[in-house]
Design a binder for this molecule. Structure first.
Ligand code: PEP
Ligand code: MG
Length: 543
């Protein structure tokens, strides 16, 4: 039995098998080889393995997702066999004597660049595909001996760190827990783990990955932050009991479904839920949230290998609105940038991406992306009760520009005789100290504020939310944070706007009373926290 300690970011326990997360961004070195025949043979074998994998994926996709979705894997198989692509690789091996990994990676880069520079959208999208097939061949070249876990296993995913795009691409039905060497509790991966209500342990330290193996049995305790590998039978039965107790507590909370969010003295508050995908709406309804306080629309962009079209977005927003049957749905315009990167945005590499071109800054710099999203949102607005929220605001000027673009979008829709609701509320996130400090100037321009405490903490305390070494400097209850929220609440109310909190602090029940006393109107939390917060609210007496 070996124990590792990190920080638990989602209070739950998982008992399962370890799966070491494999990533294909292996560092490729250029090496000159003596035996070119051998190297050509390695490439050929890796290519055949990649084709076998793709065929399996194609069949699975065909059965589970239909022909349209499976087609891409057929295209990948064809691309792997493409003569020019193969010639480029074999030529680098046989005439220039490079190792197979380097030859594949170079061919990948030059073909991807060639596709990206084409005018045609379809061809541009092939750049991601050529990278994908090349990564697959490289992983077959470097990782061919990796034992695969049986499909029945429920897995505790262990990784150095996980990007949000990596987290969402994992098969949720098989993931029991995340354990990462690095990471911080405010990172999007931690937030995703919470929204999936699975235990997550972060900051275990990189050496843990060297001491564990794929397939070992393990327990992840998201309360204490412990990862116990090869637990003895006594420990297993202790945790099995704990799991039973947790399940019983969660069952008891279900009795609060249908009950009001009201304090003992009669103060009411809305408790909404945060989601990142249309698929999460089930959880919102199951946990009886009063609405959706934050739909992180950027996940639509992260799940795609190209910009989601107006039609794709419209369908996603319409589905959420319809499923919520008239309850409030606040959709945040995309917050790409910083830790949420999508290659096809082709953003420049930045020294300080959290302080860089992200969120509304991309939208105002590249209005065509923004307009497509706003058109989809307004078109969907007739199917429910929509609020649109804008992230990373720092100034009055930004809001004025946004409002002008919204006006243009609506007049375009008018000209095209396309309906939209005239009741769409517009709001901004308060997630920079600047926005909180000038909230008296911002409030008259909008219908609501929603405090993004994850970023507000990062920017106020100068603590990168991705940096696991800063946990002890990152006091989430810092008086500066609470005062900024209080100032924003006062300014919202004195200007006729309402105010919610949608960052992770909204679910911190040690602060619920303080938020109620500030007059916060809404708390938006991961679906699995809705009933816990309701339980807390119902025990508070503000008199
Ligand atoms: C926040 O910053 O608190 C927030 C809700 O937005 P995100 O976590 O997606 O940056
Ligand atoms: Mg934020």
């Amino acid at each position: 039995m070996i124990k590792f300690i990190g920080k638990g970011v989602c209070g739950a326990v998982a008992i399962g098998k370890i799966s070491l997360f494999k990533r294909n961004n292996i560092k490729i070195e250029s090496v000159k080889v003596d035996d070119k025949e051998y190297e050509l043979n390695r490439f050929e074998k890796a290519k055949q393995s990649a084709l076998v994998q793709l065929e399996e994926i194609y069949n699975k996709a065909l059965a589970e997702a239909g022909e349209d979705n499976a087609q891409i894997f057929e295209i990948h198989m064809m691309m792997i066999e493409d003569e020019d692509y193969n010639d480029a690789i074999t030529d680098m091996i046989s005439s220039q004597g490079f190792n197979a990994e380097y030859a594949v990676s170079s061919a990948s880069n030059s073909f991807a660049e060639m596709f990206s520079s084409m005018d045609d959208d379809y061809m541009q999208a092939r750049a991601a595909d050529v990278r994908d097939i090349s990564d697959r061949i490289i992983s077959c070249l470097t990782d061919s001996k990796t034992e695969q876990l049986s499909t029945e296993d429920k897995l505790i995913i262990c990784a150095d760190d996980l990007a949000p795009s990596e987290t969402i691409s994992l098969d949720k039905n098989k993931v029991l827990a995340f354990v990462t060497a690095y990471g911080s509790s405010n990172s999007h991966t931690a937030i995703l783990a919470k929204s999936m209500n699975i235990p997550a342990i972060i900051g275990v330290g990189e050496e843990f990955l060297e001491k564990i193996e794929d397939g070992q049995s393990a327990i992840a305790d998201g309360f204490s932050g412990e990862l116990i590998v090869i637990p003895d039978s006594e420990t297993v039965s202790f945790y099995e009991n704990k799991l039973k107790e947790d399940n019983a507590k969660n069952e008891a909370l279900k009795n609060l479904r249908g009950k009001e969010n009201i304090t003992l003295d009669g103060t009411r508050i809305d408790i909404f839920a945060n989601i990142g995908s249309v698929k999460n709406v089930d959880k919102v309804l199951e946990n009886d949230a009063g609405g959706i306080g934050l739909f992180r629309s950027e996940f639509l962009y992260l799940e795609n290998s190209d910009f989601p079209t107006e039609e794709e977005q419209f369908t996603a927003y319409k589905n959420v609105l319809e499923e919520m049957s008239g309850k409030k749905v606040i959709i945040r315009t995309m917050d790409i940038g910083a830790d949420k990167q999508a290659d096809y945005f082709n953003l420049d590499k930045e020294d300080n991406p959290a302080l860089g071109l992200r969120a509304i800054r991309i939208c105002l710099t590249r209005p065509e992306i923004f307009i497509t999203q706003l058109r989809a949102l307004y078109r969907a607005s007739i199917y429910g009760n929509l609020g649109i929220m804008f992230p990373m605001i720092t100034s009055v000027k930004e809001i004025e520009e946004i409002l002008e673009i919204c006006k243009q979008v609506k007049s375009e829709l008018d000209n095209e005789n396309i309906n939209y609701s005239d009741k769409v509320e517009l709001g901004i996130m308060i997630e920079t100290p600047a926005a909180a400090i000038i909230s008296d100037k911002l409030a008259p321009l909008v219908d609501f504020f929603s405090v993004g405490t994850n970023d507000l903490i990062q920017y106020t305390l100068a603590c990168d939310r991705q940096n696991s070494h800063l946990e002890r400097f990152c006091d989430t209850h810092h008086e500066a944070i609470l005062r900024l929220i209080e100032i924003s609440a006062k300014n919202a109310h004195s200007n006729g706007a309402w105010i919610g909190i949608c960052g992770e602090l909204a679910a911190d029940t040690t602060l619920t009373e303080r938020f109620l006393r500030m007059g916060i109107d809404e708390l938006s939390v991961s679906p699995s926290f809705v009933l816990k917060v309701r339980d807390k609210v119902r025990q508070i007496d503000l008199k």
